[in-house]
Design a protein around this ligand. Sequence first.
Ligand code: GAP
Length: 513
Amino acid sequence: MTQEELFKNLIAHTKEYGFIFPSSEIYDGLGAVYDYGQLGSELKNNIKKYWWDAMVRLNENIVGIDSAIFMHPRIWEASGHVGAFNDPLIDNKDSKKRYRADVLLEDYIAKLEEKINKDVEKGRKKFGEAFDEAQFRATNPNVLRNVNKINACKERMVEALNKNDLDALKQLILDCEIVCPISGTKNWTDVRQFNLMFSTQLGSVSGESGTIYLRPETAQGIFVNYLNVQKTGRMKLPFGIAQIGKAFRNEIVARQFIFRMREFEQMEMQFFVKPGEELEWFAKWKETRLKWHKAIGMGEENYRYHDHDKLAHYANAATDIEFNFPFGFKELEGIHSRTDFDLGRHQEYSGKKLQYFDPEKGENYVPYVIETSIGVDRTVLAVLSGAYKEEKLENGEERVVLKFHPALAPVKLAVLPLVKKDGLPELAREIMSDLKLDFNCQYDEKDSIGKRYRRQDAIGTPLCITVDHQSLEDKCVTLRDRDTMAQERVPIADLYRIVEEKVSMRNLLKQVR
Ligand code: GAP
């Protein structure tokens, strides 16, 4: 099965089992907006709790806030979003379809990479065991031609984007002979900049003066509260402020399911440090954040850093943590050393001092900032795509299983009476009524036990217990493990301890403390 087919199956699976639904589906949906269903919300909440506890609870010098989505419009001028939070857009005059110019070019590069991979696979088949991939890539004329095309395209694209040269972007699209996927023609308009912020009107004020924005990132809510938190929390450098919240971007190319949405959630942390110490802290946060991801258990090889060569003018270091999504390695989290840019700009635009009095130095200065910024929805997608397995079992049966880390699984335990009579449902309910005080449990008495196990596998429940006739006598139940499918007999009295050991968030937090 190709990665593309697997991804389609995953999307269908998340809908079928109540994880993620297209928004407003009965009205034919709303582009790039999704709703989380009964299991998706549990998964999302567990991910948010893991992040919050790892950042705020485990670090004595990080505190969490919850700032408003609406903010003073000047904030977005100061942050640079009004002037420069743009995507370069181009229309095809025949299909009337609109595209992001850089995405058209990225797709062109991806097609060339696909061609290279096909050539490599052909070579592998032709030469068999004697095949030396590195040598083939270094010498095969087709591969070399396509590599040169890719490099030339990337170089021109980066230069045009950095210089904001929209004519050069259009010329590159023409030179690469990129056609519209709908009309098949090269009849393109000029490239224009399009601001990604959604705007609305505040109260009764109409016109320009009443225009406010839905925040495109949560970070600015932290910056403008820097002094409030520092003073009221008596925070000493270095210290961090974290927040989880919604952000909105009018993405033009919205695709790949919940990877790029118009309404999404971010988990951001700004870590304020003494100027000069920022690169040390940047390295530390880079390492700490990768550890957080790896602990989730979706395969260490599926994460990598992508250090930025070209830095924004205010940054002195930047990296992305990328995850190997079904459509390739893509950004999951950004870690940026943002110097004193944001606080400096808010100081300038608001006219209020946003400084720190350093008792050791006896002077005031604007702190430097390391930012860690991760999308909740992208993490949900990474976890879902890493966990989704279509397995063929030894007995020839097939199962779809979501191998979530137990601490993130939406349902921790299924309680299953073997039959719907003889007092088994009553005992099962009694067991569950106690366990549900601590764990999200599901009770299921319908269909054969095998079918019920499959249903729980499909939603990633780490443990199932079956209550049978013997349970009435020996006060034991059969405990079944999702991953190994092994079953063992355990006393009802031990269930709390066993489930707690398996699903506790402590198991994740211990790895990142
Ligand atoms: N404050 C910095 C900032 O917002 P960003 O790289 O634009 O940086 C940070 O966004 C993270 O937010 C990304 O790594 C990604 O996980 C998530 N994100 C950004 N745009 C998104 C979108 N349209 N849909 C879903 N997640 C998005």
